[in-house]
Design a protein around this ligand. Structure first.
Ligand code: GDP
Ligand code: MG
Length: 303
């Protein structure tokens, strides 16, 4: 396995479903992922996850993300990423703007369009609730108005309630999928993506603190992620693997200074990303044959 430049046979698309309240975002998510929706949200960790649903179809995994207002989190997130994880996690690949079939462009929608522009997010317009529209011609002025406001990649009239044209929308979304590992098991949902991201944050801090001189073969794995009883704090244990004793010394630093710095910087970012208090413990371990250890590889999110 080529660790630095992984080749994937699978693809993923990170999709933000946005729009003003009551336009049918939740209904659309349901129509898209069906029973598999928001299994993540049954878990107590829900509050710290931005992932609302996952759909795996053939070689493509769609990860739907809740990004209210599409604000900074995902641009911030992109900083954490490097070659280990594809850009698909760093940013949403595409946004779906869900709108009503009638009326003027709402202020909230203008703001969303503005954020597509500044953050260069390709977007698809889903004109929902077309089952309430008696004649298709009535949609024309709406289509025209929105296409003047933004260069949408596609405009798809749908009915989330009846499931009309939802497959068509999915087909449009698939065009934005990029080669990557599956972050979720095709059947069971886990908190794997969060683990991958947490590991990436720690790796990024290491990279910065060691001034880009992170020893070759250094890897980060999240060993444990558990909400403390009584809630409020998430305990995270991270293992930093390196290949030599000398590397271990570099990473830990004089009197543990380096590791301490990395740990506290990483904790801040993890807290910001997950939206909760975090107690982060980092350990450094020499493991010469880590590349061969399947369980470690798997803990990075590779299958
Ligand atoms: P959200 O606030 O954007 O998540 O919107 P919801 O999915 O909660 O839907 C708001 C309301 O719109 C609910 O009463 C839905 O039943 C209704 N709705 C959603 N999609 C459709 C649709 O395609 N057709 C019709 N007629 N109603 C819909
Ligand atoms: Mg909703």
């Amino acid at each position: 396995m080529n660790y630095t430049e992984p080749q994937y046979e699978t693809k993923s698309a990170f999709v933000a479903i946005v729009g003003k309240p009551n336009v049918g975002k939740s209904s659309l998510l349901n129509a898209l992922v069906g029973e598999k929706v928001a299994i993540v949200s049954n878990k107590p960790q829900t509050t710290r996850t931005r992932i609302t649903g996952v759909l795996t179809k053939d070689d493509t995994q769609f990860v739907f993300i809740d990004t209210p207002g599409l604000h900074k989190p995902h641009t911030k997130l992109s900083e954490y990423m490097n070659q280990q994880v594809t850009d698909s996690v760093a940013d949403v690949d595409v946004a779906v703007l869900v709108v009503e079939p009638m009326g003027e462009i709402h202020k909230a929608e203008q703001d969303l369009i503005a954020s597509f522009k500044t953050q260069r997010i390709p977007a698809i317009l889903a004109i929902n609730k077309i089952d309430t529209v008696s004649a298709k011609e009535k949609l024309m002025s709406r289509i025209l108005a929105f296409s003047q406001a933004y260069d949408f990649e596609a405009i798809v009239p749908i009915s989330a309630l009846r499931g009309d044209a939802v497959d068509e929308l999915l087909g449009e979304l698939a065009k934005f999928a990029a080669p990557s590992p599956f972050f979720f098991d095709a059947d069971t949902l886990t908190d794997q993506p969060e683990r991958v991201i947490v590991a990436e944050i720690v790796r990024e801090k290491l990279l910065r603190s060691l001034r880009e001189e992170i020893p070759h073969g250094t890897a980060v794995a999240v060993e444990r992620m558990k909400e403390r009883e009584g809630g409020g704090i998430l305990d995270i244990e991270v293992q930093i693997y390196c290949e030599k004793d000398s590397h271990k010394g570099m990473i830990i630093g004089k009197g543990g200074e380096m590791l301490k710095k990395v740990g506290s910087q990483a904790r801040e970012d993890i807290e910001r990303f997950l939206g909760c208090k975090v107690n982060l413990k980092c350990w450094v371990k020499v493991r010469e044959d880590w590349r061969n250890r399947e369980n470690i590889i798997r803990s990075f999110g590779y299958n």
